[in-house]
Design a protein around this ligand. Structure first.
Ligand SMILES: [Zn+2]
Length: 437
């Protein structure tokens, strides 16, 4: 585990910046998630972008942040926001984000705290830090310029999930665009990200080297499979992330198969209320209101038992690492007319990955064989290789940095570019000094 000792920084250079911009990744350079990156220029303006963790067992954390007064949070996924209470507790930093990211942060942090207590991996921050973080927010509207010391900044929609942003930063010397987690395509709940002209582009590269099947076709294949399972008398169990994928699934099913009896369980039930209260971040929010009335929300133990007779159960966790999904799976696993439909990326060592590779999964500590059909669908909320390539060219940067990707993905997108823009592969803990061109 990374040691977080107050007052000690982890290898961040002490000398002043001479020109251009200094970029120093604390985490999230050569990995998906676990993001934290310090930007600084010669005016002494210094910000941290995102401060997350990787929810593995044990969790991984970015390197310790040097002192900062301002942190910009691109979106509310735990791999981007999980360590924000630490930086508020230790450096009294202000957190900048959208109103929706602010609203959802409390649920995300409380859940992280709860999971860490259950799993026995103490977090580097405590409840006092969490309370301080809740008071540390300063929210900004999309497209509205705001200032941090010598810099001007504004948010642009990043696609991905509601409330997720890209950050445009104008320093006295150059313009930098930070992509955050990005999708250029429209999805059920958000509009796609649009290019922004810049000198330096920091680009997430989760899907470097990979293409997605056309979204409409994949949604149709998914709906067909749900209908097949239901028509043979089974329940379709759909593990989905609480923030993004679960609500996408509900919208797809409501549109294509409104006759189905769909139950929704887990943290997403509380989270979606915040979405509804922040309609400016949602694509067609009236439609989401309708979907929300249509889906049956599981709110009690007896609701959960009733849901076993549903056609479809959409629930957390998305990677079958715990949550109500495991409770349902344990009860549904004996009837082979039921099926599991996985709709997202299943990380190494996750329950979902073990289920695909070995047909087994830990259920309350016992590795259990699962004989149900397991199907996978690609309903990603990240840009594909070709989406990324066209987005990068349209932003017209002189330099592009690829972060937030494993080695294979980053190399695949890196080799697309030689000059114009010049590609760069940053590493965690290394310092880059970049000028405008
Ligand atoms: Zn994300």
């Amino acid at each position: 585990m990374v040691l977080y000792t107050p007052g000690r920084t982890s290898g961040y250079p002490e000398e002043e910046v001479k020109e251009g911009i200094r970029i120093h990744f604390l985490g999230g350079a050569e990995e998906v998630g676990n993001v934290g990156c310090i930007l600084e220029d010669k005016t002494g303006t210094r910000i941290l972008i995102d401060y997350g963790l990787a929810p593995t067992k044990p969790p991984r954390y970015p390197k310790e942040s040097p002192a900062v007064d301002h942190v910009i949070i691109t979106h509310s996924h735990i791999d981007h926001i999980g360590m924000a209470p630490w930086v508020v507790g230790n450096h009294r930093a202000t957190l900048h984000g959208t109103t929706l990211t602010e609203a959802v942060s409390e649920i995300m942090w409380r859940d992280t705290y709860k999971v860490s207590s259950i799993e026995g991996y103490p977090l580097p921050w405590d409840m006092r830090d969490l309370d301080a973080a809740l008071d540390a927010w300063q929210s900004h509207d999309i497209g509205e310029w705001f200032e941090i010391e010598a810099w001007k900044l504004r948010f642009h929609p990043a696609g991905h999930i509601p409330g997720a942003v890209m950050i445009e930063i104008q320093t006295p010397e150059l313009t930098l665009l930070w992509s955050g987690d990005l999708d250029t395509r429209e999805s059920p709940n958000v509009i796609g990200a649009q290019p922004v002209k810049c000198d330096i582009l920091c680009m997430e590269s989760t899907y470097g080297g990979k293409e997605h099947p056309p979204r409409a076709e994949e949604e149709a294949r998914f709906v067909e499979r749900v209908k097949e399972v239901v028509s043979r008398g089974g329940v379709a169990l759909i593990p989905a992330f609480a923030s993004g994928r679960g609500q996408d699934i509900l919208r797809i099913l409501h549109k294509e198969a409104p006759h189905l009896n769909v139950h929704y369980d887990g943290m997403g039930t509380r989270l979606t209320k915040y979405w509804l209260n922040n309609p400016e971040h949602i694509r067609n929010p009236e439609e989401l209101e309708k979907v929300w009335r249509w889906a049956r929300k599981v709110r009690s133990k007896s609701d959960r038992k009733k849901a076993l007779d549903a056609d479809v159960i959409v629930t957390t966790s998305g990677m079958l690492d715990g949550g109500p999904a495991i409770w349902y799976l344990n009860r549904l696993r004996h009837d082979l007319s039921n099926a599991i439909l996985l709709t997202g990326y299943q990380a190494e060592k996750s329950g979902g990955r073990q289920l695909i590779d070995e047909g087994k999964i830990p259920i309350y500590g016992n590795v259990t064989q699962i004989d149900l059909d397991v199907n996978q669908f690609q309903l990603s909320n990240h840009a594909s290789h070709s989406d990324m390539t066209s987005f990068i060219h349209a932003c017209e940067p002189n330099q592009v940095l690829f972060f937030h990707g494993d080695d294979e993905a980053r190399k695949a997108i890196f080799t697309e570019f030689q000059q114009n823009p010049k590609p760069i592969l940053p590493l965690n803990g290394n310092t880059l000094n970049l000028s405008k061109s």
